[in-house]
Design a protein around this ligand. Structure first.
Ligand SMILES: CC(C)(COP(=O)(O)OP(=O)(O)OC[C@H]1O[C@@H](n2cnc3c(N)ncnc32)[C@H](O)[C@@H]1OP(=O)(O)O)[C@@H](O)C(=O)NCCC(=O)NCCS
Length: 295
């Protein structure tokens, strides 16, 4: 079962987690680095890769990218990001998770904007279903999280990366304390079926599944899925355990405003990127890309 994470590493890839501003990094993570510049560089690299993938699919138009090719979304600032970096330190896989505080309501969530939320038939049921999920998360003392922004660079498709990224999101959520998660997934590229196969379930209200719907914003058929970080399908439990163990040791890059967690005894928190293995060469490569595009 050690196959999955080690196959990704054998291909020269490294996993990195980005923490959002003003967040608390749980003691479960062993390698924390506070570095604004590295955080910004990796966010930019992720937004370029994701932007390229979404434009190629026609999910967004080129005009929605910044001049330097970035697909910038406000939610990125408030989210945890799970990134895979290639040998050159460029992002080649990404997913995002926004954790919400207890007081969050349906009106604060991205899911309020899906077309079903405007449908006379489904809107009330959708709000009630999400409210029921929020109540369950509070009752079980779990985070309620929105997941999204999943993309794998074209040269890494058809590999273990897709499965690895999704399981790493489950593992990240578990290390953050456990979460009930919601996300919208396209049927394009088999995305929704891949997620269902791993453990995502359609959102349900009164035992009725919400139907898939066409989203004109992305030009594709989509589904609303919910995930419980502690419950992927049983077949993935041992992979999840393996990945969770590895994830605890991956670099967590924080912006400097992030509230660092209490340092566990016998461990010192890294304060510069010098303790990181792979991102260091990326810094130079990406800085020069950024300077070139700025100049
Ligand atoms: C969606 C996306 C991340 C999927 O990645 P992908 O590499 O294209 O996914 P694939 O279907 O090729 O799956 C990769 C491999 O993992 C396997 N796999 C997928 N899910 C699996 C699972 N649950 N268990 C075991 N293997 C699995 C697949 O069978 C495939 O292997 P194969 O080629 O030998 O059959 C990628 O296509 C992408 O970035 N698309 C553009 C952006 C996008 O649409 N994002 C989704 C938003 S919801």
């Amino acid at each position: 079962m050690r196959f999955l994470a080690s196959s990704i590493e054998r291909m020269g890839c490294q996993t990195v987690v980005l923490a959002p501003e003003r967040s608390r990094v749980p003691a479960a993570f062993r390698r924390i680095c506070s570095d604004d510049s590295l955080h910004e560089i990796l966010i930019a690299s992720m937004q370029r890769m994701r932007g390229g993938a979404y434009v190629y699919d026609g999910a967004i138009s080129r005009s929605e990218l910044t001049d330097d090719g970035r697909h910038r979304q406000r939610i990125d600032t408030y989210s945890w990001h799970l990134l895979t970096l290639n040998r050159s330190g460029i992002v080649c896989g990404c997913a995002r998770m926004r954790l919400h505080e207890d007081e969050v309501s349906f009106a604060d969530l991205g899911v309020r904007n899906v077309p079903l939320a405007q449908s006379p038939e489904w809107s009330v049921r959708l709000r009630r279903a999400v409210e029921s999920e929020l109540a369950e998360a509070r009752r079980k003392r779990l985070w309620y999280a929105e997941v999204g922004g999943w993309a794998i660079n074209s040269d890494r498709r058809g590999t273990v990366d897709a499965l690895g990224t999704v399981l790493a999101v489950y593992a990240l959520a578990e290390l953050l304390g456990g979460a009930l998660m919601i996300g919208t997934a396209t049927k394009r590229h088999n995305s929704a079926p891949i997620l269902r196969r791993i453990g995502a379930r359609p959102l349900v209200f009164d035992e009725v599944e919400f139907p898939s719907y066409y989203d004109p914003a992305y030009g594709c058929e989509m589904e609303i899925l919910r995930f419980d970080s502690a419950n992927p399908r049983p077949a993935y439990m041992s992979w999840l355990a393996e990945i969770r163990e590895r994830m605890a040791g991956v670099p967590v890059i924080c912006p400097s405003q992030t509230v660092s967690r209490a340092v566990p005894e016998g461990f010192s928190v890294a304060t510069s990127s010098s303790r990181l293995r792979a991102p260091a060469p990326a810094t130079t490569a990406e800085l020069s890309m950024r300077q070139a595009s700025a100049g």
